[in-house]
Design a protein around this ligand. Structure first.
Ligand code: MTE
Ligand code: MO
Length: 438
């Protein structure tokens, strides 16, 4: 590499440059490449740290899988997605306390975000493996490395899709539910497999080092683990700049910080103000309608003409009826405090008043075992409910909230409110309710 000579340099300068270049390049060739074990010098890396981080991830992943599947079943209680059958073991009954789905979803999203620093730390702890040469050493080794590649890829897909969904990114050709659901099967299966395969390594690490003993060591006592062939411990350790417990405290601190600036969106009330990181629920209404709006009437292209005196609710069962808003208001009204929980994590609890969906089902003579499809004026927006959901006493076609008419942003003239369903099913600006065979 030749240095550009700037004007005014004296004659000896190029020589000095040459020396400098030689020095630099010799230093460069001295430095091992990432595929050499000596490249990785952190004295903290080793079987104990990786085992400990992995152990912490087990309960977090277990809770995320369970809450994730419960959420998916709540989304598709009828057990079909685009004509395909999915196994639904359980869906949260509408009759359970109204915050049940909120607890499930708040846990899923909050714990997921809180787990990210631990996943990153775990990946950091095994980073040398990514550069290992030869890339594969045997058929068995090839299988193991491929499964690890899929494990890492799937965990990254789960976190990336989850976070993008919290940020309300999806809506294009990629479907969040499909990606996140099948990603969870791949990740969950490989995670369980990985935990089983690594169990002996983890046990050895805890037996030789003590499961918790390294946590008692401050910086002066922090020593590298003895290196073994193809192990994680460095062959050429540098001096520690942080203890293992310091590293874990840093990761845990990052996790708690995420909790502090995120959980408020799920817990609600005064805590919502603390939810600085929560991207949703930043648009509010006024007066009794002062609670979060994600999709406003304007973004949904709902015009006053669509929701004016010409608006009718069409309800279809064995009979079809068409009702004005005044006719709906003249029916028996029910008032219930019900939580809406967006799958993105945030929730809001309000007092809704309207016609029971069960009364509308009876009015149109809905068949036994029918499903309800609710359709919005907004094109393409709809949701379906199974009988136990729409026949629940608290399942409403809401016309009013907190003692006043729904605002345009909250779904005027009428919106569906059913307890313990994903928020997106609470269809706003309803035009049609179809009680049809499932
Ligand atoms: N027609 C229609 N209904 C809708 C939506 C929508 O975009 N259009 N958003 C849904 C979503 S994702 C949620 S979480 C709830 C509450 O959203 P909001 O805050 O926009 O009212 O309403 C649901 N009902
Ligand atoms: Mo939502």
């Amino acid at each position: 590499m030749s240095a550009t000579k700037s004007p005014g340099q004296d004659a000896s300068a190029p020589e000095r440059e040459t020396h400098a270049t030689v020095d630099r390049s010799s230093r460069r060739s001295d430095r091992p490449s990432p595929s050499a074990p000596e490249f990785w010098r952190s004295p903290l890396r080793g079987p104990w740290l990786t085992s400990f981080l992995g152990t912490l991830l087990i309960p977090a992943v277990a809770v995320m899988l369970v809450t994730g599947f419960i959420s998916h079943w709540a989304y598709y209680p009828e057990g079909t997605v685009d004509g395909r059958d999915i196994p639904v073991l359980f869906h949260i009954p509408a009759s359970w306390p109204t915050w049940s789905y909120a607890v499930n979803q708040g846990t899923h999203v909050t714990l997921g975000l809180m787990t990210l620093p631990f996943v990153l730390a775990k990946l950091w702890s095994v980073m040398p493996k990514l550069f290992q040469r030869p890339v594969v050493s045997s058929f068995a080794n090839a299988l193991e490395r491929l499964s690890l590649l899929a494990l890492v890829a799937s965990v990254l897909v789960e976190f990336a899709t989850g976070i993008l969904n919290v940020d309300d990114y999806f809506g294009g050709p990629l479907d969040f539910n499909t990606l996140h659901y099948y990603g969870a099967w791949v990740f969950g299966t490989l995670f369980v497999l990985h935990a089983c395969v690594k169990l002996p390594t983890v046990r050895r690490a805890y037996r030789t080092r003590g499961a918790l003993k390294p946590l008692l060591e401050g910086l002066p006592q922090t020593a590298p683990e003895p290196p073994v062939a193809e192990g994680l411990a460095p062959t050429n350790p540098g001096a520690p700049t942080i203890s293992r417990r310091g590293l874990l405290a840093m990761v845990g601190g990052a996790s708690l910080t995420i909790f502090a600036v995120e959980a408020g969106q799920s817990i609600g009330g005064p805590f919502r103000r603390l939810a600085l990181l929560a991207p949703r629920g930043r648009v509010f209404g006024t007066g009794p309608n002062d609670f979060p709006v994600t999709h406003t009437a304007a973004t949904a292209q709902i015009t006053p003409a669509m929701t004016g005196p010409d608006w009718r609710l069409t309800a279809v069962g064995e009979q079809t009826v068409s009702l004005t808003r005044d006719e709906l208001l003249a029916m028996d009204q029910a008032t219930h405090t019900i939580t809406i929980t967006c799958t993105e994590g945030w929730s809001t609890t309000q007092r809704w008043t309207g016609v029971r969906l069960a009364d509308l089902a009876r009015l149109v003579n809905a068949r036994k075992g029918a499903m309800l499809g609710a359709w919005s004026i907004e094109s393409d927006h709809g949701a379906s409910f199974v009988e136990s959901q729409f026949m629940d006493d608290r399942a409403l076609l809401a016309l009013r909230v907190n003692g006043t008419d729904l605002s345009p942003d909250h779904g005027y003239p009428a919106r569906v409110i059913v307890p313990n369903v994903p928020g997106t099913h609470n269809t706003k600006w309803v035009r049609e309710l179809r009680f049809e065979a499932g």
